[in-house]
Design a protein. Structure first.
Length: 234
């Protein structure tokens, strides 16, 4: 849906390990990946080298993209910008770097389901461990009206397309182990909760929820709903 073309400059906001950035580069786009996590940028750069693709990876956040105004033909964010603490600032930055004819394409989870239940449990465990009061509800990146309110004043029209994504593994336990090993939020949670003795209870409950919701009796499968938002200049 982003349709990166050869020679276009595509900016991947919250690029993580580079899954979208690498695909765009393989299609001939000039790609810059931006992410706040150095560990993920290192993985992305190594994968780009292994695939013999020429990409640029820069440290940065959705609300502070280290690129000039109007420098991107396409801005994408695959479940990245939606985690920005300040949605208005993130939207303004993506609009700033998009060219006059540029487009923005982003993915956003639709709240609900098993993964969100486990995420809620993790968030509550971290809040209890740090004595931090719950923050405000996240911005509704998945809702058309919310996106219109956010991007409309910046000169963009919104098109939403519903999608589904399946998470698969050999078992619920193996899926959760991969989350603990690779996912930045789970790595942070484990580092904080394990020394306190609070991680075991969270792990046990998460595995129970995953096992009960498993869609594949011979392995493991969870399906989550999301939307792809395509934003184009009015």
């Amino acid at each position: 849906m982003a349709d990166p073309r050869a020679g276009e400059h595509l900016v991947d906001v919250g690029c993580g390990t580079g899954n979208a950035a690498l695909l765009a580069a393989a299609r001939g786009a000039r790609v810059t990946g931006v992410d706040p996590a150095p560990r993920l940028l290192e993985i992305a750069a190594a994968e780009a080298s292994a695939r013999e693709l020429d990409l640029t990876f820069l440290p940065g956040e959705a609300a502070s993209i280290p690129l000039p105004d109007a420098s991107a033909d396409v801005v994408v964010s695959v479940f990245g910008a939606i985690f920005a603490p300040d949605a208005l600032a993130a939207a303004a930055e993506m609009a700033r770097v998009a060219s006059a004819a540029g487009r923005i394409v982003l993915c956003a989870w639709i709240p609900g389901g098993v993964l969100f239940e486990v995420i809620r449990m993790r968030r509550e465990a971290l809040a209890a461990a740090t004595s931090t009061p719950p923050g405000p509800p996240p911005f509704a990146w998945h809702e058309r009206d919310a996106l219109n309110d956010l991007f409309g004043p910046l000169g963009f029209d919104v098109e939403l397309t519903p999608r589904q994504l399946a998470f698969t593994s050999t078992s619920a336990q193996e899926f959760f182990q991969s989350e603990l090993r690779d996912h930045p939020m789970w790595l942070a949670a484990h580092a904080l909760l394990q020394p306190r003795g609070d991680m075991d209870a969270l792990r046990t409950r998460a595995l129970e929820i995953y096992a009960a919701a498993n869609e594949d009796p011979e392995g493991f499968r969870l399906t989550s709903d999301y939307v792809v938002a395509r934003l184009t200049r009015s």
